[in-house]
Design a binder for this molecule. Structure first.
Ligand SMILES: C[S@@+](CC[C@H](N)C(=O)[O-])C[C@H]1O[C@@H](n2cnc3c(N)ncnc32)[C@H](O)[C@@H]1O
Length: 220
């Protein structure tokens, strides 16, 4: 899958964004509680699709000591590298799904997948979940955030969405949208991760909500 238009979209967005400050709480209390859960429970955290690095640094603010971020946007990675937090061991890689295969088995205690699984192809989504499962150690913690679930029929008739395959669309912006329903998500997680908590987080400024899953790697 070619992500050139996705990369262009995010490079243009991140070129206009100031460097985040690790100590700044995000503008959402429920999301902060998720970062606290991960930061207090995982010494090392990997974030695939890390963007400007905000989520990783919030986890580090709450306790994580080592972070790795991966993203295809060079502008996002540049911003993430510039954030300062004393004593944090950090690494950022410019790359896509293929970068995950270079990471050792069971080498991280925590993971973040925020608004990325539903911005890539179904086969890449499956690869990312399998790779994160391999990379996390026993009992590893994973935070997943997804866009709202839509009815495919609505998207099929929306001129801003070009259909590629079942549930996969290219938005007018150049970003892919994989419409992962809650039912699909549960089947993806089955046998890999246990659900510790799940819910919806409201973003009043954008008049939308996101789905959030707090997960732990299953035994065996
Ligand atoms: C909606 S943003 C989320 C950014 C960040 N996770 C956050 O929540 O603030 C999606 C991010 O995924 C990255 N991305 C999209 N497709 C990707 C791919 N195939 N490989 C790596 N990163 C990708 C984009 O560059 C962008 O930074």
């Amino acid at each position: 899958m070619d992500y050139n238009s996705t990369k262009k979209y995010w490079d243009e967005i991140f070129a206009e964004v100031p460097v985040y400050k690790a100590e700044n709480r995000v503008n959402n209390g429920e999301l902060e509680r998720c970062f606290k859960w991960l930061g207090e429970g995982a010494e090392s955290v990997i974030d695939f699709g890390c963007g400007n690095g905000r989520a990783l640094y919030r986890a580090a603010y709450y306790g994580s000591k080592k972070v790795l971020g991966i993203d295809i946007s060079a502008e996002g990675i540049d911003l993430a590298k510039k954030i300062e937090l004393d004593g944090l061991e950090k690494d950022f890689v410019l790359g896509g799904v293929e970068s995950l295969k270079d990471i050792e088995d069971a080498s991280f205690e925590g993971g973040i997948l925020f608004n990325i699984l539903d911005n890539i192809s179904p086969s890449d989504c499956e690869t990312v979940l399998n790779e994160i499962h391999r990379i996390l150690g026993d009992g590893g913690k994973l935070l997943i955030k997804l866009n709202p679930e839509y009815d495919n029929k609505e998207l099929d008739s929306d001129p801003d969405f070009t259909k590629f395959e079942e549930s996969l669309y290219l938005e007018e912006s150049g970003v892919y949208f994989y419409n992962i329903t809650d039912h699909m998500m549960k089947s993806f997680l089955d046998g890999k991760f246990n659900i510790v908590d799940e819910g919806e987080i409201e973003f009043k400024d954008f008049m939308t909500y996101n789905r959030i899953y707090l997960l732990e790697k299953s035994e065996g």
